[in-house]
Design a protein around this ligand. Structure first.
Ligand SMILES: Nc1ncnc2c1ncn2[C@@H]1O[C@H](COP(=O)(O)OP(=O)(O)O)[C@@H](O)[C@H]1O
Ligand SMILES: [Mg+2]
Length: 256
């Protein structure tokens, strides 16, 4: 079964074609990577998949269902979660509160219950705290749950973003450059975490990544973009040495 299918997708901003006639498919239970030089359209593709951008043409199917043009909240409800290239956290809130804030869409009590703190509301709050703690523990941040996010080291903030996303228990997690700014030891730990997310939580993962060693290490499927077009797709061993991919990266930082 294909978890994500993209068919003849295009995105245009004025005269700029950001994504051009793009088609690919990611099977369920896969760790996949989107690669390509800066400006290739990788983040825009995440924005299209998650409903932040509306495509100019084409179709996106998630778990067999058409999600093209749905707003981000509707896409999220169907089981798609993401992190951002630039970390987006509430700096003054604790790590735990940051995860709790992500869980809001999963709690049902409305404003009324919040005002009067009904028993149902209290049960829901206890449930949310439990879920949030579980997500923090999964990424290894249980000991800093009460520290404010702004005081956490950079690597921990990246992990906290992932905790916020997995707390939603999505079917598919999109990670935009999760290894950016991490040291080699943190990158190795991230690779393990990504595998555990897939194996233990049974969440499919797509990452946008520049570190080709990490891409080769964790992904089973790679889609390579250049100027908004697919230039290669397949297993990392083939895609990373594809002549068009090598060429696209010439003049960029070493492919590694
Ligand atoms: N909202 C937008 N409006 C105009 N141009 C955009 C917008 N979003 C992305 N782009 C353009 O799309 C191209 C691809 O950007 P992006 O998807 O961020 O690439 P990548 O993530 O591969 O580095 C760039 O030229 C960028 O300026
Ligand atoms: Mg990007």
């Amino acid at each position: 079964m294909m978890l994500l299918e993209v068919e003849r997708l295009s995105l245009r901003f004025g005269g700029l074609e950001v994504i051009r006639d793009l088609s690919f498919a990611v099977p369920a239970g896969t760790i996949a990577s989107f690669i390509g030089p800066n400006g290739a359209g990788k983040t825009s593709l995440f924005n299209l998949i998650t409903g932040f951008y509306r495509p100019t043409a084409g179709e996106i199917r998630f778990a067999g269902e058409r999600i093209t043009g749905l707003p981000p909240s509707a896409v999220a409800r169907r089981g798609l979660a993401r992190t951002f290239q630039n970390i987006r956290l509430f700096k003054t809130l604790s790590a735990l509160e940051n995860v709790l804030s992500a869980l809001h869409p999963r709690t049902r009590s409305g404003v009324f219950a919040a005002l009067f703190r009904t028993p149902g509301m209290r049960r829901e709050e206890a449930w949310a705290r439990e879920e949030a703690r579980r997500a923090l523990a999964f990424v290894g941040l249980q000991d800093v749950a009460d520290r404010s996010a702004g005081t956490l080291p950079y690597g921990h903030r990246r992990l906290l973003e992932i905790a916020r996303a997995i707390a939603l228990r999505p079917k598919l997690l999109l990670l935009d450059e999760p290894a950016a700014g991490l040291n080699p030891a943190e990158k190795a730990a991230l690779a393990d975490l990504i595998r555990r997310i897939r194996d233990e939580l049974e969440i499919g993962v797509i990452l946008i990544e520049h570190d080709m060693r990490l891409v080769a290490n964790v992904s089973e499927h790679v889609v390579a973009l250049s100027y908004g077009e697919k230039i290669a797709e397949g297993p990392p061993a083939d895609v990373l040495r594809h002549p068009k991919v090598v060429e696209a990266y010439l003049g960029e930082e070493a492919v590694g």
